[in-house]
Design a protein around this ligand. Structure first.
Ligand code: BES
Ligand code: ZN
Ligand code: ZN
Length: 473
C-alpha cells in the first residue's frame, strides 16, 4: 500500500473514494445524516457504512484516541479491500493520532498469502492524506516515514513467524538474518553446532540435539558512529516446539511454529533501528533451535551445564525456551557490554493465564524501567502488564541435584518462575538493566483483533522502538 501526504485540500485530491470518521455526537450534523440513519449507522467504534452512490465510506469513532483511530482505520481498510476501489483519500487527523491511523492502514491491511495457491491481491493501492495547513507539514511527513519503517518491520516479523516449521528452520532463520545484514549494512555472525560447542553452550545444544535441523546462534549488530547507548536484544527462536520427550498434547502443539516469534521480533527491531538510523549501537541475538523427539533427545532427569557454568536439572523438556535463553543471554553478556539487555520470548502458557491472550508480560528487577516499557507500549498500541517477582517464588525453582531446576515445584505463577530462572543467567552488574518480555499471548493470534489478522502480530517491535526513541535520544 502506498501512503502519500499531500499539501492540498481534500476536495482537490482525485481518488476513487473518500474516508470519513464520525463520533456519535457528530452524526446528527452529517451531510448524509438521513441516509446514515436509514442504514442504522450509529457512529459506534469500528462500525462502517459504505455509501457507494456518494463514493464515501464513513467509520464510527467512540471518541478521539489512538486506539480508536487504529481500530477504525483497520475496519476501513478491511472493508475497502473487499471492493474494487484502487485509491482512497482522507484528511489527516490530529498529530497525536496520525501514527495510530497509519498503523491501522499499514498493519490492519496485512494478510499472509504465501501458502495460498491463488493469493488475493486487494485492488486498493494508494491512500492520500490531505494535510491541513494549520499543522507542521514536515513533522507529519516525518511521522509518516517513521511509521512506515516500523510497520514494515512489524510485517516482516509477521511474515517470518507465519512461515511453516518446514520452511523456517534454524538454518533458514540464519539465511534470513544474513540477507537482512546484507541489505541493511549490519554485521552478522552465525554459530553452528561446532561453534556452540566451542562456546560451551550445552543447554542450547541439548534442546536442539534430536532435530534433523541443527541449531544456529545468530548475532546481528548495528554500529553507528558515536552511539548514545549500547542495547542488547535477545530472542527465543524455537522454530518448532513439540515439547520434546515431555511431548505436548496434540491440540497444544498446533501453532508452535510461533515459538520463534521472539527471535523474529529482535530481527525486525534491528531492521527498523537501522532504517531509522537511530544513534544507538544495537546487538540482536537469536537462539534458533528446534525442540524435537528422538533417540538422542535430551531428557527429563538430565543435568546440563550452561555457558555461565551454572548447572540445570531438567525436569520437563517442554520448558526448553529458558534453556536456550540461558545460553544466549550468557553469550550476549560475554561479547557485548551493553547499557540495557532486553529479551523477548513466547516463554510460558502461564503468562496467558495471568494476563490474557493479548498482553505481554513484563518482568525484571528495575521497577522504573518496567514501567517505562508499559507506557511506551501503551502509546505504541501494545498491551503490557508487569508481573512481580518475589523471594518465595524464587524458592520454587531450587534443585536438590543441580544449581537450579528448569521448572517450578508448584503449578502457579509459571510466567514469573520462568523469568526467575532466567535471572540466574543475568550477570550481577546487569540485574537492573535487564527486562524480560513474555510474548506467549501477544505474539500470535488465530482470531483478528485490533490491527492483527490471523497469525503473527510482531509483538514487541512497536513498543521497543517507541521506548528506544524516547529513552536513547
Ligand atoms: N513455547 C511454550 C510456551 C507457550 C505456550 C507459548 C503456549 C505460546 C503458547 C514453552 O516452551 C512451554 O512449553 N512452556 C511450558 C512450561 C512448563 C513445562 C513449565 C508451558 O507453558 O506449559
Ligand atoms: Zn516448550
Ligand atoms: Zn517453547
Amino acid at each position: 500500500m502506498n501512503v502519500e501526504l499531500y499539501n492540498q485540500s481534500l476536495s482537490s485530491i482525485v481518488a476513487d473514494i473518500t474516508i470519513e470518521f464520525v463520533t456519535p455526537a457528530q452524526l446528527e450534523s452529517h451531510t448524509y445524516a438521513p441516509l446514515l440513519s436509514m442504514a442504522k449507522f450509529e457512529g459506534k467504534s469500528e462500525q462502517i457504512c459504505l455509501l457507494h452512490e456518494h463514493t464515501l465510506i464513513v467509520c464510527g469513532l467512540d471518541d478521539e484516541s489512538n486506539d480508536e483511530y487504529r481500530m477504525a482505520m483497520t475496519s476501513v481498510i478491511k472493508a475497502l479491500q473487499n471492493t474494487n476501489y484502487t485509491s482512497a483519500k482522507l484528511c489527516v487527523p490530529k498529530e497525536a493520532y496520525f501514527h495510530a491511523a497509519l498503523e491501522g492502514i499499514l498493519l490492519g491491511g496485512y494478510s499472509f498469502q504465501d501458502y495460498k495457491s491463488k493469493p488475493k491481491t486487494p485492488s486498493l493501492q494508494t491512500l492520500f492524506f490531505a494535510y491541513n495547513s494549520q499543522y507542521d507539514f514536515d513533522h507529519f511527513q516525518s511521522i509518516l516515514n517513521q511509521t512506515l519503517i516500523i510497520s514494515k518491520a512489524t510485517n516482516f516479523v509477521r511474515d517470518l513467524v507465519n512461515q511453516t516449521p518446514y520452511d523456517m528452520t534454524p538454518q533458514a532463520m540464519a539465511v534470513t538474518a544474513q540477507s537482512l545484514a546484507d541489505s541493511n549494512n549490519l554485521e552478522c555472525t552465525i554459530l553452528d553446532t561446532n561453534g556452540l560447542e566451542d562456546e560451551k553452550m550445552n543447554a542450547m545444544i541439548a534442546v536442539g540435539r534430536a532435530s534433523v535441523n541443527p541449531p544456529r546462534l545468530i548475532h546481528l549488530a548495528y554500529k553507528p558512529n558515536n552511539p548514545k547507548k549500547v542495547i542488547t536484544l535477545v530472542g527465543k527462536g524455537l522454530t518448532y516446539d513439540s515439547g520434546g520427550l515431555s511431548l505436548k498434547a496434540a491440540t497444544s502443539m498446533v501453532t508452535m511454529k510461533m515459538d520463534k516469534a521472539g527471535g523474529c521480533a529482535v530481527m525486525g527491531m534491528i531492521k527498523a533501528i537501522s532504517e531509522l538510523k537511530l544513534d544507538i549501537e544495537v546487538h540482536a541475538f537469536v537462539g534458533a533451535v528446534e525442540n524435537m523427539i528422538g533417540g538422542n533427545a535430551y531428557k527429563p532427569d538430565d543435568v546440563l551445564r550452561a555457558k555461565n557454568g551454572k548447572t540445570i536439572e531438567v525436569r520437563n523438556t517442554d520448558a526448553e525456551g529458558r534453556l536456550v535463553l540461558a545460553d544466549v543471554l550468557g553469550y550476549a553478556q560475554e561479547y557485548v557490554k551493553a547499557d540495557y539487555i532486553f529479551d523477548y520470548a513466547t516463554l510460558t502458557g502461564a503468562c496467558m493465564v495471568a494476563l490474557g491472550p493479548y498482553t505481554t508480560g513484563v518482568m525484571g528487577h528495575n521497577e522504573e524501567l518496567k514501567r517505562s516499557f508499559v507506557d511506551a507500549g501503551s502509546f505504541a498500541g501494545e498491551y503490557c502488564g508487569i508481573l512481580p517477582f518475589n523471594r518465595q517464588l524464587k524458592k520454587l525453582i531450587k534443585s536438590d541435584l543441580a544449581d537450579v531446576c528448569n521448572v517450578s515445584s508448584k503449578p502457579y505463577g509459571g510466567a514469573i518462575t520462568a523469568a526467575l530462572f532466567l535471572d540466574n543467567f543475568i550477570d550481577e552488574d546487569m540485574k537492573d538493566k535487564w527486562v524480560h518480555f513474555d510474548i506467549a499471548g501477544s505474539a500470535y493470534t488465530e482470531s483478528a483483533w485490533d490491527v492483527h489478522t490471523y497469525g503473527g502480530t510482531g509483538a514487541g517491535v512497536r513498543m521497543t522502538l517507541e521506548w528506544l526513541m524516547q529513552y536513547c535520544k
